[in-house]
Design a protein around this ligand. Structure first.
Ligand SMILES: Nc1ncnc2c1ncn2[C@@H]1O[C@H](COP(=O)(O)OP(=O)(O)OP(=O)(O)O)[C@@H](O)[C@H]1O
Ligand SMILES: O=c1ccn([C@@H]2O[C@H](COP(=O)(O)O)[C@@H](O)[C@H]2O)c(=O)[nH]1
Length: 237
């Protein structure tokens, strides 16, 4: 068996992936399948931090209106990510994997609050840490939260697991003829506005030298192969 290339990773899962074939919400079997992928990583000794989006429930920018302040709608979006985190927590536990949810907003009856040193201690004890409620601030996204937490806990790689195979010359959902990149620099991704991840998240990774991989969330076993050194999806560095 080959050596682990990465010992601590930050994995960003799209909230939309939690819907399965439904139009929204949470599909238990789908979350369990994703949890199995995460557990596979823990079983080979990888320390895993997770950030889960909220797109299956609510995105603040889509809900904000004349009668719904953007800050309020972003708070709702952050709470949506807590809901997804709790679903993943229980799925992981059902597989026998230790896990803690740490929220950027204080909801002490529900989960722990984020503290960097405590998160690192959880990793050392073999627990998955799910960083919920994004950055805790409105006008950000969970992509930025993933970059931020990845940098804070000194992850060696940020993996964005999403609905497409990697970063393309254009959104492949809109243009099926777009070209898939295997490798690209942060500056190129930012300058060309390759919208797979928001610019704030890319800039944070670039400035703090956290490499990023974009992979397909539906490619079974891909994340495990990746942490063992396979060249999968798009590498941004
Ligand atoms: N240049 C590009 N290369 C690849 N994907 C792109 C590109 N431009 C836009 N996209 C789109 O970005 C999407 C990735 O973002 P995704 O919706 O998975 O993340 P998210 O918004 O962070 O998650 P959530 O569903 O939780 O809101 C892909 O599904 C793809 O359609
Ligand atoms: O730091 C953050 C992170 C997220 N939000 C709000 O949550 C939703 C869901 O996150 P996605 O990244 O879009 O999946 C987002 O649309 C924001 O409304 C936030 O305010 N701050």
């Amino acid at each position: 068996m080959s050596e682990l290339t990465y010992k601590r990773i930050l994995l960003k899962l799209s909230g939309e992936a939690f819907m399965g074939d439904s139009a929204g919400g949470i599909d238990g079997n789908t979350v369990l399948r994703l949890a199995e992928e995460v557990k596979q990583l823990c079983d080979i000794g990888v320390q895993v931090g997770l950030v889960i989006g909220g797109g299956n429930i609510l995105r603040g920018s889509e809900v904000a209106s004349d009668v719904m302040n953007r800050v309020t709608s972003d708070h709702m979006g952050m709470l949506a990510t807590v809901i997804n985190a709790l679903a993943m927590q229980d799925s992981l536990e059902s597989l026998g994997q230790d896990v803690r949810v740490m929220s950027a907003l204080q909801i002490n009856q529900v989960c722990e609050s984020f503290k960097r040193r405590r998160a690192v201690r959880h990793f050392e004890k073999g627990r998955v840490v799910i960083f919920a409620a994004g950055t805790g601030n409105p006008f950000f996204t969970t992509d930025s939260a993933a970059s931020l937490r990845g940098i804070e806990v000194e992850a060696e790689l940020l993996i964005k697991a999403t609905k497409v195979d990697g970063i393309y010359s254009e959104d492949p959902v809109k243009n099926p003829d777009a070209t898939l990149y295997s490798r690209i620099s942060f500056d190129e991704a930012i300058d060309q506005r390759l919208n797979v991840m928001d610019a704030t998240a890319l800039v944070l990774c670039r400035d703090h030298k956290l490499p990023l991989r974009v992979v397909n969330i539906f490619d079974k076993g891909a994340i495990k192969r990746l942490v063992m050194g396979d060249d999968i999806g798009t590498l941004v560095e």
